[in-house]
Design a protein around this ligand. Structure first.
Ligand code: TNX
Length: 548
């Protein structure tokens, strides 16, 4: 008797949940004495209530509970699939306290079918490299993909379907319930990036790794590191020791700065790879180069090294375009970076070269673009490089504040793919409102809705559809000193840009997004993250917003 009514209540819950994100509802059960008692089922999301929105979702009226019997089955014979399985198990062991062994999928035979999370490399080929299918039945969770990268993406979805406490760093009470149904998902754009400016303020490896944890949860798959600027040179280059000894010795405001050894850079690359994030290193030039010029007098046309710079002006420095040593130097830098970078891109900057004549700019890029190609990489740069008609392999990143840019449109017409990072939408260093303490406001005030309400595939005139490689959300650090500052500016706007990069345009809907975003609040709180609790977002119970 009791059993039958609870089941009916569960079905009713599931139907409601399908219509109302994050609904909880009372169910009536009958006690042994025949009296009705009301219990409230824990709030669980609908299977589609994740960020970024999945391409296709079907909700069902069942749930799966992760328990102390749950086993993670990873595709037999795939080291990469087991590694994704181990990452999931490690994350969940801390909060659930369950053993969550990871074994091969072949070893599943003969075990009870209702105890598993299976990660299988048997996805239909139409899912591409990053797509996945996720299905949740009362008996378990199955994620299928063609590549381990797709399994990783599916696991990020699964993490958001578990209660926020699953992301906590101490043991928490369950139940660990996953809503039933199925998802078939693949990204709209292949490039979904963020950028960290480690030059204006230097951030140690631990900060970069934590940022990788946070962005990969939202299926961001590129991290662009702005490794050099007027205020700091942040990567050791063999044969050029003063770059770090001098150029790495300060930062905006005059602090101690810092730099990555090559071993540390490789550690960041490996950590990113394990999270299916590709590092894109940037060495900016011909402008934004004061830290290098201050390190070596020979790099200057007048053979005099300028002083180190700790302010925030732009546009005053230039490599010496006419000196051969400039290209010897950049050849060493780009060659060593290419050797340490498995990803396809080396970013050569090229922005705001206000102290370089147009002719010199052309000469400089004509020398530097082929160096990148010589080391087997594709050049990326800010969209300023479209002034020199770069080869179609070059990827300009649009950072303007208007919806027209003739040079970038001409590059797209010639066949260049463009990354969209319009400063008044995607720059995570811009203040949310006039009362935001951190950040700048030269491009715009960018509230969450502003960051969300644009279409990267149809934004810049002449740069639409297949000309768009993807999106990027840069975190410039003139005003940001530490992880808490980075998190406050990146969250919740980074997930907005992530959704624009991943989800089909047909899912674009602010009301849906803001509710799904609000459900991330308790997760960020459980993870100990700082973030801006925007009044535009209906934050779920358990959200503790941060401060700037
Ligand atoms: C413009 S965007 C810059 C950066 C600054 C940023 C601050 C770009 C290519 N150049 O040098 O850090 O604005 O918002």
């Amino acid at each position: 008797m009791q059993h039958r009514f609870v089941r009916a209540g569960l079905r009713r819950f599931a139907v409601l949940a399908a219509g109302l994100a994050l609904a909880s509802t009372a169910t009536v059960a009958w006690s042994a004495s025949g009296q009705a008692t009301t219990t409230t089922l824990p709030q669980i999301p609908n299977i589609g209530d994740v960020v970024p929105a999945p391409a296709s979702v079907t909700a069902t009226n069942v749930r799966y509970n992760v328990t102390d019997n749950t086993v993670v089955y990873a595709q037999t014979g795939s080291a990469a699939a087991s590694s994704v399985g181990r990452q999931l198990a490690t994350e969940l062991r801390t909060s659930t306290g369950f053993p969550l062994p990871v074994i091969s999928s072949a070893a599943r035979r003969g075990r009870r079918a209702d105890t598993g999370i299976a990660l299988l490399l048997s996805g239909p080929s139409g899912l591409g490299q990053e797509g996945y299918q996720l299905s949740v039945t009362a008996g378990g969770v199955t994620i299928k993909a063609n590549q381990a990268e797709g399994l990783f993406d599916g696991v990020q979805t699964l993490r958001q379907l578990l209660p926020a406490a699953a992301d906590g760093s101490t043991r928490q009470a369950g139940p660990w319930t996953v809503p039933g149904g199925s998802i078939s998902d693949a990204p709209r754009f292949s490039y979904r990036g963020s950028m960290l400016d480690v030059s204006r303020h230097f951030f140690p490896v631990s900060v970069v790794e934590r940022y990788i944890d946070e962005i990969s949860l939202y299926k961001i798959n590129y991290l662009h590191l702005h490794l050099s600027d007027d205020q700091g040179w942040r990567i050791a280059i063999n044969g050029w020791p003063q770059l770090t000894a001098i150029g790495g010795s300060t930062e905006v405001g005059g602090g101690a700065g810092g730099f990555y050894t090559q071993a540390q850079y490789k550690q960041i690359v490996a950590y990113a790879q394990a999270h299916y994030v590709t590092i894109v290193p940037e060495i900016d030039g011909p402008g934004h180069s004061n830290a290098a010029l201050a390190s070596y007098a020979d790099l200057n046309c007048n053979d005099v090294a300028p002083p180190l710079y700790t302010g925030t002006d732009v546009g005053f420095s230039s490599f010496c375009v006419s000196k051969p040593i400039t290209y010897t130097f950049l050849n060493d830098v780009i060659g060593q970076l290419a050797a340490m970078t498995p990803g396809p891109y080396i970013n050569i900057g090229g922005d705001e070269a206000q102290s370089t004549s147009a002719a010199d700019y052309q000469t400089f890029e004509d020398q530097v673009l082929p160096i990148v190609a010589k080391y087997g990489k594709k050049p990326m740069g800010w969209h300023d490089i479209t002034a020199v008609d770069p080869p179609t392999s070059a990827v300009p990143e649009f950072w303007g504040t208007t919806t027209t840019d003739p040079n970038t449109a001409a590059a797209a017409a010639r066949g260049n793919k463009v990354v969209m990072a319009p400063a008044n939408k995607a720059y995570l260093d811009q203040k949310y409102t006039p009362s935001t303490k951190l950040g700048q406001n030269w491009a715009a005030y960018i509230e969450v809705k502003d960051a969300y309400d644009w279409d990267p595939g149809n934004y810049l005139q002449g740069v639409t559809g297949s000309s768009v490689l993807g999106v990027e959300a840069p975190v410039w650090s003139e005003t940001l000193l530490n992880m808490a500052d980075i998190e406050y500016m990146a969250f919740p706007r980074l997930p907005a840009i992530a959704e624009l990069g991943w989800s089909p345009e047909s899912t674009h809907n602010w009301n849906s997004f803001k509710t799904r975003l609000g459900a991330q609040g308790p997760r960020w709180t459980a993870m100990g993250m700082n973030f801006y609790a925007s009044p535009q977002v209906p934050w779920a119970p358990g959200t503790k917003g941060g401060t700037d």
